[in-house]
Design a binder for this molecule. Structure first.
Ligand code: KG4
Ligand code: ZN
Length: 340
């Protein structure tokens, strides 16, 4: 007898992207993401506006995902949703929708840690079955707007944080410097684009001194601020005239800092399977540096669409939790802070 397929509907609403995805037996069928342009005018995510936009987007996004996947809602085996970390009001929209959907369809409800999702994004199989998955154990540099961690992953569920930022996340550093340079929100990708046209060795910024495998980015932010103030005193057009070189130099510094600790972690653990995850893994310089890292390592870089926030990563994590029969109940409440 043929076993019926396991079809997971994944829901992601932790920050400012509303996303729904359908995964069938580990293969992606649809991954719909609605970005929220409403925040552009404010230069950053406004939590209250994010929740309202999620509320407007969630049904159309789910509807579109189901249509694109070519399934009916009755075929969905279970629903998985991001339960944290993230903005509480945003999380509430996704979790409330998921609870209602599970109740209405009488299917299991699966909670997913957003950072766990970023890591397991590496296990999403393409429609044609293509995959490029790290072997256990592997190290994952998890770099997003809220996190910067080096994680050792022993299996789909066992993960240990070996080092993390003691202050700002790498994505936050990109975004804050972009804001100082008056670049539009979201800053990271815009800074990346300009950096590709500039000289990364034009300006030097200091590296932090942090014990262990930990990171710090608040010092870099301050040193860029003082550097800009000094230069602007001498030339009020300094930023405009040198924007590409400033971006390239800051980007190089952030990537250098990320790579130094990652190399240390590889040496200490002797693990040769290396992955990156999270929004900053979309960064061109980081991808380039990792790709040319060393023939002695196997490096796994996710597809662009699985780097920044998406529901496919939540659905794949839900799929593995489903196989483990790891379900949650209607009394679950989202949590703004949550460890991987
Ligand atoms: O994972 P993500 O989409 O959301 C969080 O969970 O935080 O990551 C968003 C972060 C933002 O800080 C954004 O600026 C950064 O990822 N980011 C980038 C790039 N694309 C996204 N940073 C540098 N270069 C990029 N190309
Ligand atoms: Zn994220």
């Amino acid at each position: 007898m043929q076993q019926s397929p396991i079809i997971i509907l994944g829901i992601e609403s932790s920050c400012d992207d509303t996303s729904a995805a359908i995964i069938k037996d580990g293969k992606i069928l649809a991954n719909i993401i609605a970005n929220q342009s409403v925040h552009e005018a404010y230069g950053g995510v406004v939590p209250e506006l994010a929740s309202r936009a999620h509320q407007q987007n969630i049904i159309p996004v789910v509807d579109q995902a189901i249509k694109e996947a070519g399934i009916t809602k009755e075929e969905i085996t279970a629903i998985a949703f991001t339960n944290g970390p993230g903005l509480l009001g945003s999380l509430l929209v996704g979790s409330s929708f998921s609870k209602a959907f599970a109740l209405a369809m009488n299917i299991p409800l699966i909670e997913v840690n957003h950072m766990h999702g970023h890591i397991l994004a590496h296990f999403i199989k393409e429609k044609d079955g293509a995959k490029n998955q790290p072997n256990f154990p592997f190290l994952c540099l998890t770099v997003s707007g809220g996190h910067t961690q080096i994680v050792k992953i022993t299996n789909y569920f066992k993960m240990k944080v070996l080092g993390e930022t003691i202050d700002d996340a790498a994505g936050e550093a990109f975004d804050k410097v972009a804001k100082m340079l008056s670049l539009p929100y979201p800053g990271g990708p815009v800074l990346d684009k300009k950096a590709q046209l500039g000289n990364p060795n034009k300006y030097q910024f200091t590296h932090p001194k942090v014990p262990g495998l930990n990171y710090s980015f608040s010092g870099l932010k301050t040193s860029v601020l003082y550097f800009l103030k000094k230069e602007l005193k001498q030339n009020e057009n300094f930023i405009v005239e040198n924007i590409n070189d400033i971006c390239a130099s800051v980007q190089k510094t952030i990537v250098d800092i990320l790579m130094i600790e990652l190399k240390k972690a590889i040496k200490e653990t002797d693990i040769k399977e290396i992955a990156i995850a999270g929004g900053v893994s979309a960064n061109s310089e980081l991808r380039k540096r990792l790709a040319s890292f060393s023939a002695a390592y196997n490096v796994y870089i996710p597809k662009f669409e699985y780097c920044t926030d998406n529901a496919a990563m939540i659905a794949i994590t839900g799929y593995y939790k489903y196989l483990n029969q790891d379900f949650t109940t209607q009394d679950i409440a989202p949590s703004a802070r949550m460890k991987v």
